[in-house]
Design a protein around this ligand. Structure first.
Ligand SMILES: O=C(O)CCC(=O)C(=O)O
Length: 403
């Protein structure tokens, strides 16, 4: 891997500020400590023993002593919530528009051409940004679906309650008194109250692909565990962000099958191309050769957040999330999104994102750049976005926002 230039930056921020691990605090910091040691330097941390006083820790969590029915009783069994359904647990993820397993039918605005599939169901035709099928259903049914869909043999879909959009303060408001409405030391440090509070209930098949948000994120796990991969904003060139056409799953209850259709009018979403946990060795090989800066660069920060802990996920950090459920088959978390400061760090980040990785080599002359860029990621990227007419590198200010 290249030294100096942008690659030098990846190393330097780790040496100067981030280290190699996410720091763990045994108890909540004071607002001043949180501001000085974590928010200002844009460094993540995990805070243990952060929420043990919340009633949710005993009444929602499988090993907290609460009964299994508490949640649906407290919210109301028939109270409807939004549940995101996908064939494989990957919503808001890059998937091929033609895929054979699980059952999937696909149509594009120009309708299907004959494409040759390889053994993973990938074709040279098109990758898209696929959003979940969203179904409103009674909360008790949602909880059943979440637990059952943890096993591929018992369900043709994976259910994930992850509506975002401040869903905890709207759909789940009857549960408000079980948690704090904000994180006091964070609110004081950040000088504001949360802009959104979201509830996440999933199982081990639900996965959130690499992306970043323009929020300071306080992510509290209540039951089960969440596994994060984190990369700082300085590593943006390792994420291979490209514009993908937006598509949406729809699920047919009667046949139990999904179809995936491109949105009309066509819309493009800038999203990371990297899948850090490829599902087969052939996909892994392809990923490694197409995205060498991710796979050969410094390792992502890896951490597990357990019940009672809070992860501070600084604004603009790339994150990928998986989960392990509790004994009831659920992982439950709640997160608080606070407005970030659109300050000089944000401006630097946008500048970094806008510059070409190759042009940023310290000694590269323009003529060298033209030759070298041909045989590296340019060719790989043109494979990924084959047939994707508007695919370009993200423009300045193209915020990859989740929510
Ligand atoms: O828990 C997850 O699946 C994703 C969380 C996330 O992306 C966020 O909090 O911004």
């Amino acid at each position: 891997m290249e030294e100096g230039g942008v690659a030098g930056l990846w190393k330097e921020v780790r040496e100067l500020s981030l280290g190699n691990d996410v720091e763990r605090l045994e108890s909540p910091p004071s607002p001043l400590q949180f501001l000085r040691q974590f928010v200002s330097p844009n460094r993540p941390c995990i805070i243990s023993n952060a929420t043990l006083h919340w009633p949710a820790l005993s009444s929602w969590a499988a090993d907290g002593g609460g009964d299994e029915e508490y949640l649906s009783r407290a919210l109301g069994r028939d109270c409807k919530v939004s549940v995101h359904l996908t064939p494989d647990g990957r919503a808001d993820a890059i998937v091929p528009l033609t895929s054979s397993s699980p059952p999937l039918s696909v149509s594009t605005p120009d309708e299907d051409e004959d494409e040759e599939e390889d053994e993973d169901g990938y074709t040279s035709s098109l990758l898209c940004f696929a959003s979940a099928h969203v179904e409103r259903m009674p909360f008790s049914l949602a909880l059943q679906h979440i637990a059952n869909s943890g096993s591929p043999s018992s369900s043709s879909f994976v259910a994930y309650a992850q509506e975002q959009n401040d869903c905890f303060r709207s759909e789940y408001s009857a549960l408000a008194s079980d948690v704090e409405s904000h994180i006091p030391w964070a609110s004081e440090a950040l000088g504001c109250l949360p802009e959104a509070v979201n509830l996440w209930i999933g199982n081990h098949r639900s996965e959130t692909s690499f992306h970043k948000d323009h929020y300071e994120n306080l992510y509290a796990v209540i039951s089960g565990e969440k596994h994060f991969l984190l990369l700082p904003p300085t590593d943006v060139h390792r994420m291979y962000i490209l514009q993908y056409p937006a598509a949406r799953y729809s699920f047919n209850q009667e046949t139990g099958e999904f179809s995936l259709k491109l949105e009309k009018p066509l819309r493009y979403v800038p999203w990371s191309s990297v899948d850090p946990y490829p599902s087969s060795s052939s996909i892994e090989q392809r990923q490694r050769s197409m995205f060498p800066r991710y796979f050969s660069g410094p390792k992502p920060f890896e951490c597990t957040v357990k019940a009672g802990e809070i992860l501070y996920l600084p604004s603009m950090w790339f994150h990928h999330v998986r989960q392990s459920p509790d004994s009831r088959g659920r992982t439950i978390a709640i997160n608080y999104w606070y407005d970030m400061q659109f300050d000089i760090k944000y401006a630097y980040f946008n500048f970094l994102q806008s510059i070409d990785y190759h042009l940023a080599k310290p000694s590269a002359k323009v003529s060298e750049y033209h030759e070298e860029s041909l045989d590296d990621d340019r060719t790989a990227i043109s494979d990924v976005i084959h047939d994707c007419p508007h695919a370009t590198k993200p423009k300045l200010g193209n915020n990859v926002q989740y929510g």
